[in-house]
Design a protein around this ligand. Structure first.
Ligand SMILES: [Zn+2]
Length: 160
């Protein structure tokens, strides 16, 4: 057996993980966002806590479904996406503003996100799933979140 030479060196050098900021992102948007909101809320966690408290039970991030929905309610045939207002283009929302630098790049990037979301929703609907989108700003609003939770909890068509 020949001695192994280190060819590509893959796995050899270990880089320190610093931040997980994508290389593309000109500025740390998330830092900016969390500063705006004053705390480091993760909308998805907020939603999960609210649902759980309301007695809703779900599966997380089902990889078998298009778009890996954040929350899946198999019995209700409903999936929920918790969308960041910026990345998923919440039109008319104050969290959604195209950055003033590299504007064209952002417009193209966000348009792709939006198109992908629409595609995922269409695929899921074609498979017979109801798709619910909860925006980050809705998750941040206790009253709105409570309403959404109730809506989801209430049976939509009289079946329990
Ligand atoms: Zn929003």
């Amino acid at each position: 057996m020949a001695a192994r030479s280190d060819q590509s060196g893959s796995g050899g050098k270990r880089r320190e993980r610093q931040s997980r900021k994508p290389k593309d992102a000109p500025l740390t948007r998330s830092e900016n966002m969390s500063r705006i909101r004053g705390k480091d809320t993760q909308p998805e966690m907020t939603v999960r806590r609210a649902f759980w408290a309301a007695g809703l039970r779900y599966r997380l991030h089902d990889k078998r479904l298009p778009g890996n929905p954040d929350l899946v309610f198999p019995g209700r045939r409903t999936v929920v996406f918790v969308h960041g207002c910026f990345w998923h283009c919440h039109e008319g929302c104050s969290n959604f503003r195209i950055p003033k630098t590299r504007t064209e790049w952002w417009v193209a990037k966000l348009a792709r996100n939006k198109a992908r979301d629409a595609d995922v929703r269409a695929q899921l609907k074609a498979m017979g799933w109801d798709v619910v989108v909860i925006w980050e700003c809705e998750a941040d609003n206790a009253r709105q979140l409570a309403e959404l939770t109730e809506k989801l909890k209430g049976d939509k068509s009289g079946k329990s």
